[in-house]
Write a protein that binds this ligand. Structure first.
Ligand code: AMP
Length: 217
């Protein structure tokens, strides 16, 4: 089962990807998470990516494709995976198509999660993340029990540098210009499904599950 989750930053791709992965027992592949780890551990890729990420720009395709190509070769990807945050450009989508073709594989389903830009600005600017386990909170919609502390592991919460309002605007602009064209790209391949991503996490997950079940059986 190979699935792509598309959508603006802050639409809930990561949250839904985690739930799908748990349900299907396949890995979530999120280049954003891989890059944040690389930045934290100051690897060569991390040092190269940091400035792009902090200013809300996309990291060059060449860097991302190297990361993805390596990751998809890992044994845990044999049964499938959820791509969360990749592809983000037509160049990346074409490269993914080629990689899969070589391996005799295909993407079965592309789910586009849809909300308004105003909603994602609200979601992203209030988002807080656990510095240890990565669990997500929102200061208004999903606050932790004790302010600034993760309910699960007791570590400090932080605001991602690229969740500052100025950077959010840039990320949305990049989405509109570079990623939104992938909606018609995958529609043209006949594998695109749109999901209204407003409302409760569980409700959205139900809609996603109803799309996955027919293609996985
Ligand atoms: P995310 O966690 O998916 O919001 O990604 C955070 C940042 O990582 C993005 O704003 C980009 O700078 C970078 N990034 C993540 N995925 C990609 C991608 N597929 N292509 C280019 N840059 C990416």
């Amino acid at each position: 089962m190979r699935i792509i989750l598309l959508g603006m930053p802050g639409v809930g791709k990561g949250t839904q990807a985690k739930k799908i992965c748990e349900a299907l027992n396949i890995p979530q592949i999120a280049p954003g998470d891989i890059l944040r780890k690389a930045v934290k551990s100051r690897t060569e890729i991390g040092l190269e990516a940091k400035a792009y990420m902090n200013s809300g720009k996309l990291v060059p395709d060449k860097v991302i494709l190297g990361i993805i190509e390596d990751r998809l070769k890992a044994p845990d990807c044999e049964r499938g995976y959820i791509l969360d945050g990749f592809p983000r450009t037509v160049v990346q989508a074409n490269a993914l198509g080629l990689m899969l073709k070589k391996a005799g594989q295909e993407i079965k389903l592309v789910i586009s999660l849809e909300v308004s830009p105003a909603e994602v600005v609200k979601r992203l600017s209030g988002r807080r993340v656990c510095s240890s386990c990565g669990r997500m909170y929102h200061i208004k919609f999903k606050p932790s029990q004790q302010e600034g502390i993760c309910d699960k592991c007791g570590e400090a919460l932080y605001q991602r540098e690229d969740d500052q309002e100025k950077t959010i605007k840039k990320r949305l602009e990049q989405y509109r210009e570079q990623t939104a064209p992938l909606i018609s790209y995958y529609k043209g391949l006949g594998i695109l499904e749109k999901v209204d991503a407003r409302g409760e996490i569980e409700e959205i997950f139900k809609k996603i599950t109803s799309l996955i079940n027919p293609v996985s059986s």
